[in-house]
Design a protein around this ligand. Structure first.
Ligand code: OVM
Length: 402
């Protein structure tokens, strides 16, 4: 008698639920388990394949022909299920559509455009940090992380001040929607209609300032590169991807330094480390933890055959702590060489706004480093669970001025 065939020959299986509260609260032991299980692991709970090692995550993100985005970059397969909103023309698209839309966004966020943002971003950070340092204690999330990106990125895009409180709930919806329809999803969508209504209203030429990043997307409609409707959907990408991500990254940065006073002392002594320090935050506590791809063909990955049309879950946060790629991966070390961290992804879909995110992170950390000698947690932190994002709901802090 022969042994029963394995359900997925040569492929280890895992019973973990990557969208359970236990996993999202503390993903790192689960990441290790998944990395050690093998280069590819079948997640039985959802019938999907997963990769948690740096080499396979990077290789998949760099092969858009095999690991496509047009079937959605969440658990839902757009070929079988209707997406919750019209698909993103850049995130949820493949070439040639992706090439045309990405070209416009890359131009709007060009090095020159980023250079023009710095002075205003610095002024706003100085003002906010001065106020918080004067107060002596504050909530790192409510009073800093959730204040700065809606203000500076909202201003840069050219959004009206009124209604910006919808940006975070919308991000919460979009990033939860990459996971299964669990309780987190349902809670995020409980009050969806007015939030979607405001976002949709902002995705029009006449809703945004004439001199902002939003208007520059519509200029690509004037030249015939995009239709007016496509321009509106690309502006929606800025509003979806540009706020909740940086809010969580800034909150995670404050968390990292509150937990690692030795690293704060290094940054405080040398604020020029701020940019690399923020990069290390993105490696150590990636705000965006996961993205999916969908296979366009049967493919062999490091000895495992994945069928065509399979959903593949890529653990950016696990790749960022893979001991095969990093020395002492579980140490938060702002002097480390962080090149290759997967928090922004890589390949043709690598974060188009990454230079804006880095600008915000560098400026906030440098401003704090110049004004704050000690930063300490002042009460219990509260995690905010999301199917994709890693971040906090509350981080009470006490700061000692320089
Ligand atoms: C989008 C988008 C892009 C990147 C991330 C993201 C929700 C969304 O184009 O809407 O997360």
């Amino acid at each position: 008698m022969s042994a029963p065939a394995l359900p997925h020959p040569g492929c280890p299986t895992s019973a973990v639920d990557p969208f359970s509260r236990a996993f999202l609260l503390d993903p790192y032991p689960f990441h290790q388990e998944l990395r050690e299980a093998g280069p590819v692991v079948h997640i039985d709970a959802y019938g999907l394949w997963a990769m948690a090692r740096h080499a396979e995550v990077a290789a998949s993100l760099n092969d858009w022909q095999t690991f496509c985005s047009s079937a959605g970059v969440g658990l839902s397969d757009f070929r079988k299920e209707t997406p919750w909103r019209p698909p993103s023309l850049v995130l949820e698209a493949d070439p040639p559509l992706h090439t045309r839309t990405r070209t416009v966004l890359a131009r709007v966020l060009s090095p020159n455009a980023i250079r023009e943002l710095r002075a205003g971003f610095e002024r706003e950070a100085e003002c906010l940090v001065d106020r918080l340092v004067a107060a002596g204690q504050f909530d790192g999330i409510k009073d800093l992380a959730e204040v700065y990106p809606p203000k500076v990125f909202g201003d840069a895009v050219g959004l009206p001040a009124e209604g910006r409180e919808n940006l975070l709930p919308y991000g919460g919806m979009a990033f939860n929607a990459f996971g299964p329809r669990n309780e987190l999803f349902e809670t995020a969508f409980a009050n969806a209609a007015p939030v979607i209504g405001w976002i949709t209203a902002m995705c029009r030429r006449d809703a945004v300032a004439a001199d902002g990043l939003g208007a520059r997307i519509f200029q690509a409609a004037d030249s015939g590169e995009l239709s007016e409707e496509e321009a509106g959907l690309l502006l929606r990408s800025f509003l979806t991807a540009g706020v909740d991500t940086t809010v969580n990254a800034l909150g995670n940065a404050l968390f990292c330094f509150a937990e690692h006073p030795d690293q704060w002392a290094l940054l405080q002594a040398n604020p020029a480390l701020a940019r690399n320090a923020f990069e290390e935050v993105l490696r150590f506590e990636a705000a965006v933890q996961t993205f999916f791809r969908t296979t366009t063909r049967q493919v062999e990955v490091s000895g495992t055959t994945i069928p065509e049309g399979a959903k593949v879950l890529l653990f950016l946060g696990a790749a960022n702590r893979d001991p095969r790629a990093w020395q002492r991966p579980d140490n938060f070390d702002i002097n480390r060489r962080v090149v290759g961290q997967m928090g922004f992804g890589t390949g043709i879909h690598g974060c188009v706004g990454q230079m804006v995110a880095r600008l915000e992170g560098e400026i906030i950390l440098a401003s704090l480093a110049r004004k704050v000698r000690r930063i300490e947690r002042n009460g219990p932190l509260q995690r905010r669970l999301n199917n994709t994002l890693r971040g906090l709901d509350a981080l009470p802090l006490r700061v000692t001025p320089v």
